[in-house]
Design a protein around this ligand. Structure first.
Ligand code: CA
Length: 705
């Protein structure tokens, strides 16, 4: 550790730390030297003994941004002044927040503009590489700390980095505003966006409301990494763009997704992450919640990681192909933390600005990943919104799932939603609204607790998950839910089915049904099938299959937004692995043999999805309608009755009745005439009228009148 460090923590305030090993940590005076060479005395306003170190609080003159300074003490030791917490003051924000949308590189045929926001930098040099030839251009500091240079010539295939001199050292960094990079994110790339947008999009018609969506979570690599997929390549953006593949009679890859009848594919992270070597992707596996470059597609999914255009073109082709096949695409974005602060471009460009710090000056760690991205700071907020807009404009993205959304702040999430809705009226914005221990004030966190401050934004509903399936963490995997056999949850099941928008005696959690993302299984934790190894371990396979089907039917009958994780529809297993983020292809990949083996459940899932999409009663749009239309009750020792009164001219029905029987007994019900079965034990609809309904054990029956 250096003997002395000096930090500019506010306008006119410096904090110095001196090690006791250096003259006992004692000094009688300090001075500061600027570029002009004159020394100005600093006034000591406080001295504190911290054991190994002595802390000095100093007042200083107002210093110039863009200049470098040295702080010297009595014995001649001199260190560069580090611009630290001054960048988190209101005065800094007022002076330097830059609202232009031209940061990054902007390609024109005869020249390219580069702009970098770096208010504390003393100098910035652009290093440009064009067909292996490297050139350096000093950038010019302008208004609000933005450094600019126009480089003439056709830079269509140029790559670049910035050399940023600040705090006494020069850091080399990629450009966080860049659209692409070379392999493993070494250098940013200039991209001619016109060429990318020329790849034809086939926007899906219609403007669905959030509750009309059926979201299916898939991972680009896992969808085609199984050799039985039958795609020409495996694990790439382009592999998932192939259609017409099958294993035996089961469609695979993209054709499988299409065959399910879902509306939205939620892709697990497709933007650049750190831990997979893009040149040797087979050596490592990772889901990608370790973000590096936010606007750059991940190179291990590219056919050529070192060709910056390949990954951009291939992601655009994947999304536009999905659109052509009738699927909308939501991206899973990880704005809550970066993989490594020390090597992050943000920290290289403007240290101490982009992350949250606690009052002792350490990085806040509410994510448990080492750092929390400071979404509430004006330039961080604008950055995130800019990335969201750019992803929609460049790739035609239809919605976003925010990883650990509760780390972000309410205002940023609301602005993201407005920005996204302006581009696409049907854009979906939702995420994990967990309340995380970050340093942000509780009232500002984008968590479930603040759902009323974020109308229209969805949250993964862990009440739904825990009540229907049972709790999910490793130490609670023996816990049962209503459908897995805890009939004590039957009343809670009613709240779960109504998107938690009903008040007492029900459990109210959301103002509106689109805020409830109903997921029983996601990429995290055990699959539903594996959880039943524990909580229903005494039951035979056939019984658990019935429960699996009930779990699927419950998800698709409930008010709110249904969400299915890839493989749930074929009783997917990860061999009881509850955290498979780096467990490799074999554990994570789609298992087509298993899909064929359990095709009965796959077919049942398709029928449940089709039913939901056919009958508007399952897709109510506001709490008032749910309150007026739902009639809920529990009878016969735990059988749930869920009626939805909804005049539906499309299907000529006015009342839907869902009967959920998780008991081991068969039930008989007699209704007034005029009913027909919409979903029987096999998922089939039968149009012959009936007034006698048989509900077998462990079955969901839906009928309509
Ligand atoms: Ca990467």
């Amino acid at each position: 550790m250096a003997s002395m460090s000096a930090y500019l923590d506010d306008f006119g305030k410096i904090t110095v730390w001196i090690n006791r090993t250096f003259y006992g940590g004692k000094t009688d005076w300090f001075c500061i030297t600027g570029d002009h060479g004159y020394c100005t005395d600093l006034i000591i306003t406080g001295v504190e003994d911290h054991g190994d170190q002595i802390r000095y609080d100093l007042t200083c003159p107002i210093l110039d941004f863009g200049a470098s300074y040295m702080v010297r003490e009595q014995h001649g030791l001199s260190v560069p002044l580090i611009w630290r917490m001054i960048v988190n003051t209101k005065q800094f924000n007022d002076r330097f927040t830059y609202e232009g949308n031209d940061l990054g590189s902007t390609y024109h045929q005869n020249y390219t503009e580069f702009a970098l926001w770096a208010p504390t930098a003393v100098s910035v040099t652009l290093r440009v590489r064009v067909s292996r030839k490297l050139s350096a251009y000093p950038m010019v500091r302008g208004d609000r700390g933005v450094w600019r240079i126009r480089v003439s010539g056709d830079l269509k295939h140029a790559t670049y980095t910035y050399m940023i001199e600040r705090n006494g050292v020069i850091a080399e960094s990629a450009d966080p505003y860049a659209y692409s990079s070379t392999g493993n994110g070494r250098e940013s790339a200039v991209i001619d966006l016109d060429e990318i947008r020329a790849i034809r999009d086939y926007p899906v018609s219609g403007s669905p409301f959030e509750t009309d969506a059926v979201i299916y979570e898939a991972n680009v690599r896992d969808m085609t990494s199984n050799p039985f997929t039958g795609t020409k390549t495996n694990g790439l953006f382009s592999s998932l763009s192939e259609t017409g593949t099958a294993y035996r009679d089961m469609p695979t890859g993209l054709s499988y997704l299409v065959s399910l009848g879902v509306t939205h594919i939620q892709l697990m992270p497709v933007l650049d992450f750190s831990t997979v070597d893009e040149f040797h992707p087979q050596k490592t596996y990772n889901w990608g919640y370790d973000p590096m470059h936010y606007l750059v597609p991940e190179g291990s999914y590219s056919s050529d990681p070192d060709d910056p255009y390949a990954r951009v073109r291939e992601l655009r082709t994947l999304i536009t192909t999905m659109h052509r096949e009738g699927l909308r695409v939501n991206l899973d974005v990880v704005f809550n933390h970066v993989y490594d602060v020390a090597t992050s471009p943000f920290e290289a460009i403007l240290p101490y600005y982009y992350f949250r710090y606690n009052e002792r000056g350490y990085l806040s760690n509410g994510t448990f990943c080492g750092n929390d991205f400071a979404s509430e700071k004006p330039m961080v907020r604008m950055y995130i919104i800019g990335v969201i807009r750019a992803l929609m404009h460049t790739y035609g993205v239809d919605g976003f799932r925010f990883d650990l959304m509760g780390i972000l702040d309410v205002d940023t999430m609301n602005e993201i939603r407005s920005a996204a809705k302006r581009i696409k009226g049907s854009a979906m914005i939702y995420g994990e609204g967990w309340d995380m221990p970050t340093t942000l004030d509780g009232a500002r966190k984008a968590s479930i607790l603040n759902q009323s401050k974020m109308p229209g934004i969805g949250h993964f509903n862990d009440y739904f998950r825990d009540v229907v399936k049972g709790k999910t963490s490793d130490d609670q995997k023996y816990d049962r839910g209503y459908v897995t056999g805890d009939l004590g949850q039957s009343f809670n099941m009613l709240s779960a089915l109504s998107a938690n928008v009903l008040s007492t005696p029900y459990f109210k959690r959301f103002d509106s049904p689109e805020q409830s993302i109903n997921a029983l299984e996601t990429h995290d934790n055990n699959t539903v099938w594996d959880k039943m190894h524990f909580c229903c371990g005494n039951e035979d396979r056939n019984t658990r299959m019935k429960r699996q089907k009930m779990l699927i039917a419950s998800t698709l009958c409930a008010q709110g937004v249904p969400f299915i994780h890839a493989g749930m529809e074929y009783c997917g297993t990860k061999n009881d692995n509850s955290n498979s983020y780096n467990s490799g292809d074999e554990i994570n990949q789609m298992n087509w043999q298993r899909a064929v083996l359990n095709s009965e459940v796959v077919e049942y899932t398709k029928k449940c999805i089709a039913m939901r999409r056919k009958y508007a009663a399952f897709r109510l749009r506001d709490a008032k309608e749910i309150e007026e239309s739902l009639h809920l009750s529990v009878s016969d020792g735990g059988v749930v009755f869920y009626d939805i009164e909804k005049k539906d001219p499309q299907t000529s029905t006015e009342l839907m009745r869902v009967i959920i029987n998780p008991t081991f007994d068969e039930r008989y019900y007699h209704f007034e005439p005029g009913w027909h079965i919409v979903l029987d034990r096999n998922g089939n609809e039968s149009y012959s009228p009936t007034s006698a309904v048989v509900v077998p054990p462990l079955t969901v029956i839906v009928c309509a009148r």
